[in-house]
Design a protein around this ligand. Structure first.
Ligand code: PLP
Length: 443
């Protein structure tokens, strides 16, 4: 059967995070993409309001990225990266250090965001142990957090369906409360005014467990997958200060906020708050080849390199993946970083963020809309749930938008948008006009 055939046999593929039976009865199959648009098997053009899955930040089919992948596939299909190397990951790591404004000096490569999260958590634990502070084994996440689907990520994550089926997960994990305060912050534009004090819950957790047992706190600077939760003003600053006070490492999971989503290279620059480690993925390669990374501050790397009693010939961190620093992924990432710079895409995101916000706010007052949230080129539209059927209205809205030629995402009863950074005003107009149409006809 032809892979472009709309009658393709769908039965054998177990789809991720998908209602398989429902999808297979009424599939949405994409066969090509260029710039801001997908094309489906019926030849319909669909405006990409979500950069694929928060990852195609430079838009689809960037010629330089395509060529870099093709060239590398012909030159070096694979090279082992344990006690062996090839030039590309070294070059990419240096470029990432530059991209971070030289605030993050080293990069460890993984195959995905989930692997980057597990890597960062393991690095935090090992860091304290290498320093002789090995009682620091607790990891602190946050309610409603999403950190991928590895056991580390679901342990520190806080989305119930991602956790409840999978047993006790990692021990020694605790959670901060979510930053969502619907009673006080509805219809905030950008960062909400109220809730910085929620960071002080870390003081409560420290009082309960003692700082000497806590290795790291991990948060998304803006929580995306849980429905776009923007941190209240002052919250991240306060979290950083409490971590500093107690010698706790702070990890920013920038898998969606990295690579220009907020109009800055990373959220750390946007907020002016620096974690010790950054996890990233997605926009790193423009989604074209799977890859994640952990970026670290100099003291992390140096601690491992200068561990007392460790011989220079010894492995400093017993961790890595077959596909760490894969040639095709590195080629895609290097080309993507150049595209961001040459096409000034991060500047474009910053310049269009106010127009994006206005477009979102134009939906205020339309049927079912109970909250609107945004930052940079991210937007969330929370809909009133149908009685007894949480999530059902957002699913219908998602399907209706797709039928009208717009791709959005849904989580619970929130619609989320995160378009490619190549977006223009006319696309923003199309996104919000389509959504207005969807909301007016939704029941
Ligand atoms: C904040 C965050 N962390 C981690 C991940 C997991 O990344 P991946 O799906 O590449 O494993 C995601 C994915 O959406 C994410 O949004």
């Amino acid at each position: 059967m032809d892979r472009n055939d709309p009658e393709l046999d769908l039965s054998a593929y177990w789809m991720p995070f998908t209602a398989n039976r429902e999808f297979k009865a009424d599939p949405r199959l994409l066969i090509s993409a260029a710039g801001m648009y997908y094309t489906d098997t019926h030849g319909k053009q669909i405006l990409d309001g979500t950069a694929g899955l928060w990852c195609v930040n430079a838009g689809h089919g960037q010629p330089a990225v395509v060529k870099a992948i093709q060239d590398m596939a012909g030159q070096l299909d694979f090279a082992p990266s344990f006690n062996m190397g090839h030039p590309a990951p070294f070059e990419l790591a240096r470029r990432l250090a530059d991209f971070s404004g030289r605030r993050f000096s080293h990069a460890f490569f993984t195959g995905s965001g989930s692997e980057a999260v597990d890597t960062a958590l393991k690095m935090a634990l090992a860091y304290h142990r290498v320093r002789g502070d090995g009682a620091r084994t607790r990891l602190i996440g946050r309610e409603r957090g999403y950190h991928g689907v590895g056991f580390g990520g679901i342990s520190v994550g806080g989305m119930v369906n991602n956790r409840k089926y999978f047993g006790p997960m990692l021990g020694g994990v605790d959670h901060l409360p979510s930053t969502h305060l619907p009673d006080r912050n509805l219809f905030s534009r950008g960062q909400p005014a109220h809730g910085d004090y929620l960071a002080d819950e870390l003081e409560r957790i420290v009082a309960l467990h003692d700082a000497s047992t806590i290795a790291a706190v991990i948060v998304e600077p803006v929580a995306g997958s849980t429905g776009v939760l923007v941190p209240p003003k002052g919250y991240l600053e306060r979290l950083r200060a409490i971590c500093d006070k107690y010698g706790i490492l702070l990890i920013f999971d920038e898998v969606i906020t990295g690579f220009g989503r907020l109009g800055a290279p990373f959220a750390t620059q946007y907020f002016g708050v620096e974690p010790d480690l950054i996890t990233c993925a997605k926009g790193l390669t423009n989604g074209a080849v799977p890859m994640g990374a952990v970026l670290t501050k100099p003291h992390l790397y140096e601690t491992f390199m200068s561990a007392p009693g460790a011989p220079a010939s010894g492995i400093e961190l017993f961790h890595g993946y077959t596909y760490s620093g894969h040639p095709l992924a590195c080629a895609a990432a290097i080309a993507t970083l150049k595209v961001y710079a040459e096409q000034r895409l991060i500047e474009n995101a910053a310049a269009l963020a106010p127009y994006w916000e206005e477009g979102l706010q134009s939906l205020r007052g339309l049927p079912h809309v109970v909250d609107l949230r945004n930052l940079g080129l991210i937007a969330g539209i929370e809909l009133a749930s149908r009685p007894g059927k949480p999530g059902a209205r957002a699913i219908d809205a998602f399907k209706s938008a797709f039928d009208k030629g717009l791709m959005v995402r849904y989580t619970g009863d929130t619609l989320a948008m995160s378009p490619p950074l190549i977006i223009e005003k006319k696309h923003i107009d199309q996104i919000f006009a389509t959504l207005a149409d969807v909301l007016r006809t939704l029941n």
